[in-house]
Design a protein around this ligand. Structure first.
Ligand SMILES: Cc1cc2nc3c(=O)[nH]c(=O)nc-3n(C[C@H](O)[C@H](O)[C@H](O)COP(=O)(O)OP(=O)(O)OC[C@H]3O[C@@H](n4cnc5c(N)ncnc54)[C@H](O)[C@@H]3O)c2cc1C
Length: 483
């Protein structure tokens, strides 16, 4: 327990059975499967959230991820108070805290939504066992995906490792089954009445309060509804705009999907059955999310190991100066630097940029994808292990359905194609603002730099030569697959 942390214990009625709904990455009261199931019986239900030190201790003091989650909890607490109830908060390992609370409440059932990450699976197994020892069961429900675990398999009963056939089957099953919805909200009047309890402050939890003021994406389920509603008015343009980071083309709903302030089922209902190319394209992205979730569930080792065995032992050079330059957005490649600075500034990075920047780290700087994966895990508000590992292994060509090793993004042509006027670069790399639309993609190649601009002084010269590094990367992958 952190020294400054003093949690208030809820005033629970004695001699009464109270079941618990353990909220984790589903911080909302509406369309919440576990909460819906919990509220079906005639036993009172209280909602619980547990701060897990093992997860929190991995994050920096100014973590935007924690600040966002915290703001979501504040909003959830307000929502619960509207129903006369309260969020019970605990701090510590769930396998200790949940049985303790369940004992206090004489709970027979703890309801929760399933989580597919290796750590969460292990934790839930331990919690389930501890609860069983006191005659209480942990009941898990599917909530954060459309299809989970073994629900979409090949004709031979194997998990899919290639997206396109998975997507076809996913779509077929969606057509057959449809999207259920769980009206948990209208049963919330049945939640256990509880007196208000203060949330521990971010400072007490070991984090900086100041980060809350720096969040650029509004937290909480009301904000998620508003963001979805706004996005729905431009959904039909999604396909044509989604690859251009300077354009308001994507939904930016990923933090809400990550913390469950938005239901995935509601997102699917927004775009299916699809009435535009934009809606179909967005539905496909939502299916990628399911794809990576089921993949990590089937292959938990891929969280830290390359899926393709021939690339398990790639001999990365892991140059520390280059690593630092990439982390801080000082590589001398403007679009890469803009991408990295967007991440540091906002806790978000556009998908096209995640692909280019990840490829650059691995195939231009020859740095292990796992370091990049960890860096994103530290800085992304929407950090999701399945999608992040999937994305990194895709970019590194080591994963399922990854791009072939010889496809190496050229950071200059990608910049010319996806940020043609340099608008995005100018937003995040202001020292290049005065460069013309052509020079801004590769200042070192330009003969028309502004007079006052000095490459190497006002902005770094490129730390590597892309063509040289490309050849080195090809040789690296070839050596690994030949050995
Ligand atoms: C190297 C790398 C790392 C990534 N790390 C993460 C991560 O930690 N968390 C995360 O949510 N996404 C991750 N992605 C996937 C994708 O970049 C983000 O989901 C997307 O940029 C979020 O922005 P959005 O909500 O505007 O997406 P939109 O384009 O509006 O898509 C809607 C939703 O679909 C899902 N989605 C879209 N693309 C993907 C994808 N390729 N894989 C899985 N789900 C997808 C997300 O939930 C997203 O919110 C990563 C991609 C790469 C290449």
């Amino acid at each position: 327990m952190r020294p400054t942390l003093r949690l208030l214990e809820p005033q629970l009625p004695t001699n009464r059975l109270i079941d618990l709904c353990w909220l984790r990455r589903d911080l909302r009261l509406h369309d919440n499967h576990a909460l819906f199931q919990a509220l079906q019986g005639d036993v009172s239900v209280a909602c619980v959230f547990i701060f897990d030190p093992q997860l929190l201790d991995e994050l920096e003091q100014d973590s935007k991820q924690v600040a966002f989650m915290y703001a979501c909890l504040q909003s959830l607490q307000t929502d619960l108070r509207r129903h006369g109830s309260e969020l019970i908060i605990a701090y510590g390992p769930a396998e200790r805290e949940l049985p303790r609370l369940a004992r206090q409440c004489n709970s027979q059932i703890v309801y929760a939504n399933r989580d597919y990450e290796p750590y969460a699976k292990h934790r839930d197994h331990l919690v389930g066992q501890s609860l069983l020892a006191q005659a209480c069961t942990l009941q898990l429900y599917k909530d954060q995906v459309i299809f989970e675990q073994d629900e979409v398999l090949t004709g031979q009963g194997a998990p899919y490792s290639v997206f396109t056939p998975y997507w076809r089957k996913w779509l077929l099953q969606l057509g057959n089954i449809g999207v259920p919805s769980f009206d948990s909200l209208s049963a919330c009047h049945r939640l256990l009445p509880l007196a208000p309890l203060a949330l521990p402050s971010l400072t007490e939890l070991g984090f900086s309060e100041h980060t809350l003021t720096k969040l650029l994406i509004q937290a909480g389920s009301a904000a998620a509804q508003e963001a979805l509603q706004k996005f729905s008015t431009r959904l039909h343009l999604y396909e044509q705009n989604r690859d251009f980071p300077a354009v308001n083309g994507v939904s930016r709903l990923s933090p809400h999907l990550r913390f469950g302030t938005l239901s995935i089922r509601q997102c699917v209902e927004q775009c299916w059955p699809s009435d535009s190319a934009g809606a179909s394209c967005w539905l496909k992205e939502l299916a990628w999310r399911d794809f990576y979730q089921q993949f990590l569930w089937h292959y938990p080792d891929t969280a830290t190991q390359s899926f393709k065995s021939e690339y398990q032992n790639l001999e990365y050079s892991n140059n520390e100066d280059w690593w630092l330059a990439w982390c801080t957005g000082q590589t001398g490649y403007p679009l890469i630097d803009a991408a990295q600075r967007q991440l540091l500034h906002s806790g978000y990075m556009h998908n096209r940029l995640r692909m280019i920047s990840a490829s650059f780290l691995v195939k231009d700087l020859l740095i292990d994808w796992r370091r990049g994966e960890r860096f994103f895990a530290q800085h992304l508000i929407d950090y999701d292990q399945a999608a992040n590992v999937g994305g990194w292994q895709w970019a590194a060509s080591t994963g399922c359905d990854a791009q072939p090793y010889f496809r190496i993004f050229n950071p200059i042509t990608q910049s010319q194609k996806f940020d043609p006027k340099g608008d995005f670069i100018r937003r995040y790399v202001p020292e290049l603002a005065a460069l013309d639309n052509k020079s801004i993609h590769a200042p070192w190649l330009s003969r028309q730099l502004p007079l006052e601009f000095r490459l190497g002084l006002h902005y770094p010269a490129p730390i590597v030569d892309h063509s040289t590094q490309r050849e080195l990367a090809l040789a690296l992958y070839k050596r690994s697959s030949d050995s």
